[in-house]
Design a protein around this ligand. Structure first.
Ligand SMILES: [Zn+2]
Length: 199
C-alpha cells in the first residue's frame, strides 16, 4: 500500500491517541477533516489549542477551569458549609446537572488505586484536609464512584476526617454497584445525593 501523506498520518496518529478511538476511526476522522472547508479545520484546531492556552486548574477546588478561582468557587451564592468531594472535574458536571447541590467542591484528581500507582499522596487529599479545617465547613459529602476504588477512597477519607467536628456523608446506594458518577443519569444521582448517609 502506498504511504499516506504525512499530514494525514500525523492527524490520524493524534486521533488514535484519544481514548476509545482505534486506528481505523482515527484515519476516518483525518480524512473527514481534510475534506472540510479550511475555516472548519482552523476552528477545530483553535478549539484544541485553547485547551492548552486557556484551561488551568482552579487553585481552590482543583477542577479544570478557564480561571482561578473557578466560577463555582467565586460564586458568593454557593453554600460554603458543604463541600462535595469528587474524583474528577467531569464528576462536578454530573452533580451540577442534578441541580440539587448548592455547596462547593473539591476534586481529588482520581481515586486510590495502588495497582495503577494512585496512592493517597498522589491525590489532592492534603489540600482537602487544609480546606476542611476552615470552621465554615460543616459537612463533607463523598461523591465517589460506587466501585472498589471509590469505596477504598471513601474509607480512607473518612478515617482522615474522623478527628474533625464534621458530618461526613456518602452518596446513598441508589447508585448501582460499580456505577461511575460520570455516566449516572441526573435523576439517579439527585436521589443518591438527597438520600446521602452519614458514614
Ligand atoms: Zn474552583
Amino acid at each position: 500500500m502506498a504511504q499516506l501523506p504525512e499530514p494525514i498520518q500525523n492527524a490520524a496518529a493524534a486521533f488514535d491517541a484519544l481514548p476509545g478511538v482505534g486506528p481505523r476511526a482515527a484515519l476516518r476522522y483525518a480524512y473527514w477533516l481534510v475534506t472540510q472547508p479550511k475555516e472548519v479545520i482552523e476552528r477545530f484546531s483553535r478549539s484544541i489549542q485553547t485547551l492548552a492556552d486557556q484551561v488551568r486548574h482552579c487553585d481552590v477546588c482543583g477542577q479544570w477551569a478557564d480561571r482561578s478561582p473557578c466560577s463555582i468557587c467565586s460564586d458568593p451564592k454557593r453554600e460554603a458549609s458543604q463541600i462535595c468531594v469528587v474524583a474528577t472535574s467531569q464528576d462536578i458536571k454530573s452533580v451540577e446537572e442534578t441541580g440539587v447541590f448548592k455547596g462547593i467542591y473539591h476534586v481529588l484528581g482520581g481515586t486510590i488505586d495502588p495497582i495503577e500507582g494512585r496512592t493517597p499522596d498522589t491525590l489532592r487529599i492534603k489540600e482537602l484536609m487544609a480546606r476542611v479545617q476552615m470552621p465554615v465547613i460543616k459537612e463533607v459529602i463523598l461523591a465517589l464512584d460506587a466501585d472498589v476504588q471509590g469505596d477504598v477512597t471513601a474509607l480512607y477519607l473518612k478515617k482522615q476526617l474522623s478527628a474533625l467536628p464534621l458530618k461526613v456523608t456518602r452518596l446513598a446506594r441508589g447508585l448501582p454497584t460499580g456505577a461511575a458518577l460520570e455516566y449516572a443519569d441526573a435523576h439517579t444521582l439527585a436521589d443518591a445525593l438527597q438520600n446521602r448517609k452519614e458514614t
